[in-house]
Design a protein around this ligand. Structure first.
Ligand code: SF4
Ligand code: SF4
Ligand code: SF4
Length: 581
């Protein structure tokens, strides 16, 4: 690697040639303030918060886009720099609806934090007409856009374009009138937005947020005629601790369960159970398609953002999608039928809630084909962030809680179910089951390392029961598009594909706690959160294969018959539509 010598605030460092001043400052353990910069996603030098002084430049330069040069001297914290940053902050604030008291991002807002640090005067500049309030876009089932709070940093635009390859939102109009919105004055619901929420977790302020469904949950809990049950997706436990000050990568399962019980839920369950059920259905579907000449490659369907993406952008491939409902929907379907009977409940009295890392799940609960006997499988889907807010507002001291266990009779989920939250996890879980079905014996080795990791597209091939099975895994819909185009033009020959809409999988979902750029730019949240799931799989859980989960076995014995049975199809499978653009 070519290195150059630079001086940062008078101290010499040797740093790789070609990097930016911002990156070089990390060698000096200095974080330069930013608002628009997100590593590898949005590097546009627009907000001018990262101004620094360097030798050889006229005036101050934006550190996020200015490359280092040998012999360069860099100053990051002179009075001139601090004054310029403060002025730029005050300009941003002049066009911003400053309602910190009630803002959803208060205390987790990058603008608020910088304004405090720089003692910026929010009323220093008056921006005339720009103060006029614009209406909120509440059309989406998942996301609210509030342009009164938008600071035009374009992080959301870059996330939607680069990570997801969608471009549902962009900068419209020019200069003073610029705003971020869908084109042609559409509302978000009328675009090909897949509700993934990657724009929300990229946004530094309160201009984008999830549709809050917590009141529906609290009302149901307060209604004595209702039985309110909640199931928790694997990824929620990997991140909910972040809402209460724990480091990313903290497994907070025990405290999460205790907090939900304290909130008053009548049943608190582990969605790993229906991740296992999904594997039983999906692995059987795959083997049946291989045997009977069905549509291949089979593509997983547990990520509703991905499913909607497929419907919009690859409608000709919707037959490739597995017909399996997602784990949250399977849970609601089985809870309001088999378990309702076991627990002596009238399904009409059940309010079934899912706790999920994903904003697209809010869209999924209302989709056609996601109900049985006239009842929605899932009544309300709340994100990890909403769960965190409910716990906080109830005055529950999360950190002080003793760990609690999931409730009977659905307290067991396997390690295969746990790793569903990470990219490659569904594929690995399916392979664990498919291998044993095809080989007709049990294997000690259950780790399929080739499909693990945060790489956007992964390929692997395995010999199972004398058959070569070629698989692929993609996360982030921009990667999904690359993979599918390769499948369509014959570049890639695969029989089974896992796709998750969010880069890195559900652990990095759009409903997870929002970490500021200073964290996102310095650690790989996807890998750190996923490590919680792989650790649970390897060390904490009794069963590591979905088909060994004793509750899954019992549900088939007593109720469903066998995977892909008529009853299983009725309750656990769905259909898709071709949406186009
Ligand atoms: S976005 Fe930030 S600065 Fe603006 S009102 Fe909300 S908390 Fe305050
Ligand atoms: S939710 Fe996803 S698809 Fe929709 S605007 Fe945001 S990033 Fe784009
Ligand atoms: S909505 Fe948020 S992320 Fe998008 S441009 Fe506005 S402030 Fe930036």
């Amino acid at each position: 690697m070519n290195m150059v010598n630079v001086k940062i605030n008078g101290v010499e460092y040797s740093v790789p040639a070609g990097i930016t001043v911002l990156e070089a400052c990390k060698y000096a353990k200095i974080d330069i303030p930013t608002l628009c910069y997100l590593k590898d996603i949005n590097e546009i030098g627009a907000c001018r918060l990262c101004l620094v002084e360097v030798t050889g430049a006229r005036g101050m330069v934006a550190a996020c886009v200015y490359p280092v040069a040998d012999g360069m001297e860099i100053q990051t914290n002179t009075p001139k720099i601090r004054a310029a940053r403060k002025t730029n902050l005050e300009l941003v604030l002049s066009a911003h609806e400053k309602k910190c008291l009630s803002c959803i991002r208060s205390t987790n807002c990058e603008l608020q934090k910088l304004a405090q640090e720089y003692k910026a005067d929010e009323d220093h500049f008056v921006y005339g007409e720009k103060g006029a309030k614009v209406s909120l876009d509440t059309s989406s089932p998942s996301i609210i856009r509030d342009n009164n709070k938008c600071i035009l940093c374009r992080r959301c635009v870059a996330a939607c374009n680069k990570l997801q390859g969608i471009g549902a939102i962009g900068a419209t109009n020019r200069g003073y009138d610029t705003e971020i919105a869908p084109s042609f004055e559409k509302v978000l619901a009328d675009t090909s937005c897949i509700n993934c929420g990657q724009c929300i977790v990229a946004c530094p302020v309160g201009a984008l947020y999830e549709k809050d469904d917590t009141q529906k949950v609290l009302d149901a809990i307060a209604d004595p005629t209702k039985h309110v049950a909640i199931c928790c997706a694997p990824s929620v436990r990997t991140a909910i601790g972040e809402c209460f000050g724990y480091e990313p990568g903290t497994d907070a399962q025990g405290k999460m369960v205790a907090a939900l019980k304290a909130l008053g839920f009548d049943g608190v369950y582990d969605m790993n159970f229906t991740a296992d059920l999904t594997i039983m259905e999906e692995a059987t579907e795959f083997l049946s398609r291989v045997k009977n000449g069905g549509k291949l490659p089979l593509i997983t369907s547990c990520s509703p953002g991905w499913v909607k993406y497929c419907e919009h952008y690859f409608p000709e491939m919707t037959e490739n999608l597995s017909t399996c409902k997602s784990p949250q929907q399977m849970f609601g379907a089985i809870y309001k039928s088999y378990f309702a009977e076991k627990l002596g409940l009238d399904p009409k009295d059940i309010v079934f809630v899912s706790a999920i890392p994903c904003t697209a799940k809010k869209f999924e609960v209302g989709r056609d084909g996601q109900s049985n006997d006239g009842m929605a499988n899932v009544d309300v889907a709340v994100t990890t962030r909403e769960l965190g807010r409910m716990i906080e507002q109830a005055g529950i001291d999360f950190k002080a809680l003793d760990d609690a266990e999931f409730d009977m009779p659905i307290e067991i989920g396997s390690g295969a179910g746990a790793i569903f939250g990470a990219t490659g996890g569904v594929m690995e879980a399916a392979l664990r089951t498919a291998a044993e079905v095809l080989e007709g014996k049990s294997f000690e080795k259950v780790d399929y390392e080739e499909v693990r990791g945060t790489e956007g597209i992964k390929f692997a091939a395995y010999k199972l029961g004398g058959v070569e099975v070629k698989v692929a895994v993609a996360s982030g819909t921009a990667n999904a598009a690359k993979l599918l185009k390769g499948v369509q033009d014959g570049t890639y020959d695969v029989q089974f594909i896992e796709i998750m809409a969010c880069p890195g999988g559900c652990v990095n979902g759009g409903g997870q706690p929002i970490q500021p750029a200073v964290v996102r730019n310095n650690i790989d949240l996807r890998a750190v959160r996923a490590s919680v799931l792989y650790n649970a799989d390897a060390k904490l859980l009794t069963y590591r294969k979905s088909h060994e989960n004793p509750i899954v076995k019992k549900v088939y014995e007593e109720f469903l018959g066998e995977p892909n049975s008529h009853k299983a199809h009725e309750l656990l499978h769905t259909h898709y539509v071709k949406r186009g653009l």
